[in-house]
Write a protein that binds this ligand. Structure first.
Ligand code: HSE
Length: 460
């Protein structure tokens, strides 16, 4: 219970705050983010209550193993393993779901909303799958569903999309929304590591998990792309609508070649509405010009670059993961929900009025660099590769080759484009994805192309 004496440090504390009924929070999950959320609620309680205008109280904490919780700021008598019961408790106003995954999180969140409680969640998988259904459920029950921490951790990006930019028209978003892959690509760029060594470095730092598939193959970013696209375009876009490509095929040579073209490789969550009738959501590794603001996002940091019709370019930058940074966003949402409860109102929901359709990404035009790993880069064999582009009638230009340090000295140096194994890179302009996939399929039929070709989009 809030102790008025503890409020002396709160500069803006006022007596009305104590007269008000407490806003009681039920926390589901006491892991990295959950325990930091509890810490902020308890340690910063005086300030938070003063900002809400009512006492904020941590009323219950549920987790799988209450006896193992190592967070001295959580009173033992608040702990239980019964999350389902907390969602229905009449004395609880706000449920904070930090257990992750689809079930039982979906059931808990829905139950809490139907019981008239506001919900705060950081669960990207849940929102990317069931977001529209849950936004509607919150609206129907006159409560808030807030989820700032689900995309790009501490960075305020969802509230700006829902509120600050609601008077504008978003045309495009490029997000570096996965810290693990940004760390890996940055290590490859800055320290010249190959993919496997950079992945090991990410695992040693605790960014990448023992099974890194969700991060490196782009699925984590795809969840975030679905949420961003839904908020940007006010239409239901689920994880199943996002086309996904990860970074496991990126080599040290790709990074070096990008650098030679004044570009860096970044994994982007890209959402766009470029035709006025259709929108798209994708995750792919892209060649980003070193002049672009996203090129300067290093290490495990995240950033979201937004293009809006009137506001023009905006960029949001910060920490995308970690206990305390993510808890900052969660507690911001708790304060928002608590303020609304104290005033007897709730946020506007996410309106799903947009009648645009989802574009087939196959019709989207872009510039690409195609990399073909060749057994032999002699002029004749490179010519066979270039013939494929010509047959498809696309604008293609062979890029200068990098000197291959592993070249064994037989024949002429491939840096001169004559002989020896190496990568042939081709710049393709204004090409649809459909044409590009047909080209990639035909390239695999060329005898001298010895691995699956890779296409990277260019972002200027
Ligand atoms: N695995 C995620 C990342 C954690 O690397 O960014 C935050 O969602």
């Amino acid at each position: 219970m809030l102790d008025k004496n503890n409020l002396e440090s709160a500069q803006c504390a006022n007596d009305d705050c104590f007269a008000a009924d407490p806003i009681r929070v039920g926390l589901l999950g006491a892991g990295t983010v959950g325990s930091q959320t509890a810490r902020l609620i308890v340690e910063e309680n005086a300030e938070l209550s003063a900002r809400i205008g009512a006492p904020l109280e941590l009323a219950a904490v549920a987790c799988l193993h209450p006896e193992e919780v190592d967070a001295p700021w959580i009173s033992k008598d608040l702990l239980s393993a019964d999350a389902g019961a907390i969602c229905k408790r009449e004395d609880i106003d706000v449920i904070v779901e930090l257990i992750g995954g689809l079930e039982p999180a979906h059931t808990f969140v829905k139950t809490a909303l139907e019981c008239g409680k506001s919900v705060v969640t950081a669960n990207k998988a849940l929102l990317a799958k069931f977001g529209p259904e849950l936004y509607e459920c919150a609206q129907k029950n006159g409560v808030d569903l807030s989820f700032e921490a689900s995309v790009a951790g501490a960075i305020p990006i969802l509230r700006p999309l829902r509120e600050s930019l609601v008077g504008d028209k978003i045309t495009q978003i490029f997000g570096i929304v996965n810290g693990t892959t940004n760390y890996i690509l940055d290590e490859m760029t800055v320290r010249g590591l190959d993919f496997d060594s950079a992945l090991r470095a990410a695992q040693e730092k605790g960014y990448a998990e023992a099974d890194p598939t969700g991060d490196v193959e782009g699925f984590d970013a795809a969840n975030k792309a679905a949420i961003l696209a839904t908020l940007a375009f006010q239409m239901p876009i689920s994880i199943d609508d996002v086309s996904v490509e990860g970074i496991s095929a990126i080599t040290a040579e790709d990074i070096a070649a990008a650098s030679a073209q004044n570009r860096v490789i970044k994994l982007l969550a890209a959402v766009a509405s470029d035709t006025r009738v259709a929108v798209s959501a994708s995750v792919y590794p892209a060649l980003v010009s070193k002049e672009h603001p996203l090129a300067s996002v290093h290490g495990s940091f995240n950033a979201v670059f937004v293009k809006a019709q009137a506001a023009d370019d905006l960029m949001f930058y910060g920490r995308g993961a970690g206990g305390a940074p993510t808890a900052s966003a969660v507690v911001g949402d708790i304060v928002g929900a608590a303020r609304n409860i104290a005033r007897g109102c709730n946020d506007a929901s996410v309106p799903m009025y947009n009648a645009k359709s989802l574009a087939s990404t196959r019709s989207i035009r872009a510039d690409f660099v195609v990399r073909c790993n060749m057994e032999d880069t002699s002029l004749a064999l490179c010519g066979e590769v270039m013939d494929v582009f010509e047959e498809h009638g696309v604008n293609a230009e062979r890029l200068p080759m990098l000197c291959q340090t592993q070249y064994d000295g037989e024949g002429d140096c491939p840096a001169c484009g004559i002989g020896g194994p190496g990568d042939l890179r081709v710049l393709v302009k204004d090409c649809t994805e459909a044409d590009l996939s047909a080209i990639l399929a035909d390239l695999q039929k060329v005898g001298a192309v010895c691995a699956k070709p890779l296409a990277l989009r260019i972002i200027e």
